[in-house]
Design a protein around this ligand. Sequence first.
Ligand SMILES: [Zn+2]
Length: 376
Amino acid sequence: MNGFTLSLRFFLIKHKRALRLWGIAVLASVLLITAAAVAVPIIQNRAAESRSPWTEKPFSGVREPLRLTPHTPYGELSVRHIRTMSETLYSRPPFTYRELDAALWIVEELLAMGYAWDDIEVQEFTWEDVSRMTWMRWEQMDSWIVGDVPRRRVSQNVILTVPGPSDQIIVAGAHYDSLPVPGASDNASGTALLLESAQRMLGQDNHHTLVYVFFGAEEIGLLGAYHYVRSLTQEQREAILFMVNADVLFEGPYLLYMAGYLDIQETPYRDMRLGDDDFTRRWRGMAGALNDEHDFELTPYWELFPNSDHFAFMQEGYTVLFLFGMDFDEHGNLHMRVVHTDRDCYHYIQETWPGKIDANMRAFSLFLEEVLLARY
Ligand SMILES: [Zn+2]
């Protein structure tokens, strides 16, 4: 024991009480600062959550709608929407603010064409709501999916209901999100097809109730579609007749449609095929008549194509009609040329395959309208 230790000991004994009080004070401050560091972001997050873009956004100054007359050729409105999305709403990755911008634009377009706020529902969902449905983790959503676009933990489906005299529902869907590319074909094309159809429906007498769903977060595993089907009430589930999906409408020269339900055979192994029913036979008849009348080449695709939002509906037992425009390689397999690259751009595709966008959108537009207006 040396002298210094002794005097320290003396000091400690003399000031024991004061030191204990100081210790308590320091400990209390540390706890308070820690609590504040945890609580403040939570409170800020709460405040951010409550500032929903869907209540604060003033939708009153909505723009003029695209002009639609009885003589406007089918597909023309779609092409203009595709150009707008490719030029100004390019790169709409799932769970980002760019995806939100595209959703806001869709709502503005629906209001501009004459629908009321009450006809539209924005179904928000958080990453936590849907993360169980994908193998992807939040941290893994890196450059190929979101690029450097600012991320948010919320995505959304935009839902427009157009009532008809029949309560039976036809769901027409298309996803509006994209990878960090212009996404003209994938999937401004399907989004635009739905917008044109909705605008034309204002001047039509639809028999069935039509529900247009603009899905978010498709590119990371059909998450918007899965969230939609899982949030249906029993009554809604029973009212749905079938689902039509549009995704990638001018990736190649072929105008394809896949029609069917998921027919699962358990023998001798689990085999999933397309089942045929009255709906699919009816649609093939419509496509054939349109081909004869307009010289289209709407072509049935007989294999199961699971990689888009309709598959969420097939898994629930619904019959679906999937519209897509692709190419085949020399082995007869589907072949992608521009999808998921920077070439999936309105101007690139117009220059590379002149007239393709217009031709495909015209055919799909007419086909979709026929499917939606028929009585089943
Ligand atoms: Zn897509």
